[in-house]
Ligand binder design. Structure first.
Ligand SMILES: NC(=O)C1=CN([C@@H]2O[C@H](COP(=O)(O)OP(=O)(O)OC[C@H]3O[C@@H](n4cnc5c(N)ncnc54)[C@H](OP(=O)(O)O)[C@@H]3O)[C@@H](O)[C@H]2O)C=CC1
Ligand SMILES: Nc1nc2c(ncn2[C@@H]2O[C@H](COP(=O)(O)O)[C@@H](O)[C@H]2O)c(=O)[nH]1
Ligand SMILES: [K+]
Length: 478
């Protein structure tokens, strides 16, 4: 990474402050760019989903890992629930999406409530283990009887194929049949999964993030209080592939001792820890046993830390300094927070991060855990910060009333935020397409074909707010 002559910054910068200068490139296609990380997480695209309750659940974990990223399950989830989620993710197909399964006796209202949990827009009606029909998502305003049973409402399945059919064949069969969804079955005709045309296309573009046994990977977080090693061990025994030791102020003694204890337990998985924003903080966490350091104090969309405390650091400079320190030790950093555009992921990688961590942006998708709401502005989900009153209240629910009231005072996050579902990108997979298209393109503009080369070759300049504004599209004219 270098700055254009005369652009070396004399103050800290965030993503919006920077632009990337194109370099001569030998790449002939953006698909030639390899987006895999080398930090031990196995990601084949540089995306980690933040350990936030409103974002990181089982559907998110399955979907993101199938496209090559990884999801961190939040530390607030009890061990038995986290173990169930890990087991669920490990049991998912690497190609087919998990269907929404209904019985013929279920009501249309139940199907319509569940269909938006998945992006493929339909439920499969299963009778006696066999798929027998489809229920499509009702378009808002459509006059359908919500009390009808699915036996009478279902439509025939247009395309049924054996599980394991080559995705290209699935794509072509759906195209020929002018159908949207294929149902995949095993040799006995039992339902295995579903594939849309877009999913079949994606299966040929993305490489799932899989463990040594060929199962989807998933990470899990622990806090720094209580039996940290016991929880960490339980998570790894349940199958967690990466541990994240996480607290707001990662550069504190309690973190160092919790992290050292987890590292000493030698659980055989990479350990990420944070959050810090300085070289010293990075080195202390690496010395305590982290192989990945989580960087970012205050950039998060749900985060009020900078306004409450004045503490933090503009994210690009924080990532650049910590990544340089980590590299010296053969360790890595994740750029955590403040990712709002594909360009931010590209700039995080340019700064030296191995992966970018995304939270709130992915809250507004069908795969996030929250219920789907609709108001005059369209569909939305509710997100909240992990240091918000709402999250702290949930985390301290078993404490006595006095301790709960004390903890409630230190609020550093938003308790309720409406994150809109973008009608053009309603699924996290649409956002992943959008982000990876941007980052692949950034790489070729800089003359790089890997993330490491992107970091090495990138040439940056510092821009004014007017420079940033000029780069924004103006769909409504001016
Ligand atoms: N990246 C960011 O900018 C931030 C992220 N978060 C996220 O929110 C979640 C909750 O984390 P957290 O608030 O650490 O809660 P935790 O429940 O993990 O508690 C943190 C522990 O550290 C102690 N502590 C000491 N100094 C601090 C400090 N400055 N900030 C926070 N705790 C401190 C606390 O004690 P006591 O309560 O008695 O002080 C408590 O025992 C995490 O996922 C974290 O990543 C939260 C804030 C900022
Ligand atoms: N200060 C706070 N930071 C928070 C809180 N909840 C989450 N976070 C941090 O944000 C990132 C995700 O950033 P985003 O811009 O993609 O949403 C997450 O990983 C945490 O580090 C909070 O309540 N307060
Ligand atoms: K913020």
């Amino acid at each position: 990474m270098r700055f254009l002559d005369g652009h070396e910054p004399d103050h800290d910068l965030t993503y919006d402050d920077l632009f990337i200068v194109p370099n001569r490139s030998a790449a002939t296609s953006r698909f030639d760019v390899d987006l895999a990380s080398s930090d031990g997480t196995g990601t084949t695209i540089p995306l980690v989903v933040a350990n936030m309750t409103a974002i990181a659940g089982k559907r998110m974990a399955e979907t993101v890992a199938r496209r090559g990223g990884i999801v961190v399950l939040p530390q607030d989830v009890p061990l038995d629930a986290a173990a169930r989620t890990i087991g669920f993710v490990k049991g998912r197909d690497l190609v087919a999406d998990t269907p929404v399964v209904m019985s013929p006796d279920d009501l249309m209202a139940q199907a319509q409530a569940l269909i938006p949990k998945r992006a493929h827009g339909a439920a499969v009606v299963v009778d006696d283990g066999r798929p027998v029909g489809l229920i499509a998502r009702s378009v808002s305003g459509n006059d359908i009887d919500m009390f009808t049973d699915l036996r009478s409402a279902m439509t025939p399945i247009p395309v049924t194929l054996p599980a394991g059919t080559d995705p290209r064949t699935v794509f072509d069969t759906l195209t020929d049949a002018n159908a949207d969804l294929a149902v995949l079955v095993d040799g006995d005709g039992a339902l295995v999964g579903v594939l849309t045309r877009t999913a079949a296309l994606r299966a040929g573009i993305y490489t799932p993030n899989v463990d040594a046994r060929g199962r989807l990977r998933v990470a899990a977080a622990v806090g720094i209080n209580g039996d940290v090693v016991g929880k960490a061990r339980g998570l790894v025994e349940a199958g967690a592939d990466v541990l994240v030791v996480d607290t707001a102020h990662g550069h504190q003694e309690k973190m160092i001792s919790a992290l050292s204890a987890v590292a000493d337990a030698d659980l055989g998985v990479p350990i990420a820890a944070g959050n810090v924003v300085s070289q010293r903080g990075t080195l202390d966490l690496i010395d305590a046993g982290a192989t990945i350091v989580k960087v970012g104090v205050g950039p998060g969309a749900m985060c009020t830390t900078r306004m409450m405390t004045g503490v933090g650091r503009p994210q690009f400079s924080a990532v650049a300094e910590c990544a340089a320190a980590a590299r010296e030790r053969g360790a890595h950093v994740w750029a955590d927070g403040g990712i709002r555009h594909p360009r931010d992921v590209a700039l995080a990688i340019a700064a030296g991060a191995s992966n970018a961590m995304v939270g709130s942006w992915f809250a507004g998708t069908y795969e996030s855990p929250g219920d789907l709401h609709t108001d005059a502005g369209g569909e939305y989900k509710v997100s909240f910060g992990m240091a918000s009153k709402r999250a702290v209240a949930a985390r301290s629910a078993t404490d006595n009333a006095y301790d709960r009231a004390r903890k409630g005072l230190f609020e550093e996050g938003i308790s309720s935020s409406r994150i809109r579902i973008d009608p053009e990108h309603p699924s996290v997979e649409d956002l992943i397409d959008h982000i990876t298209a941007g980052v692949r393109s950034t790489a070729t503009y800089t003359g790089a074909t890997t993330l490491q080369e992107l970091h090495e070759k990138v040439v940056l300049g510092v821009q004014s707010a007017a420079g940033f504004a000029e780069g924004r599209p103006l769909p409504g004219g001016w």
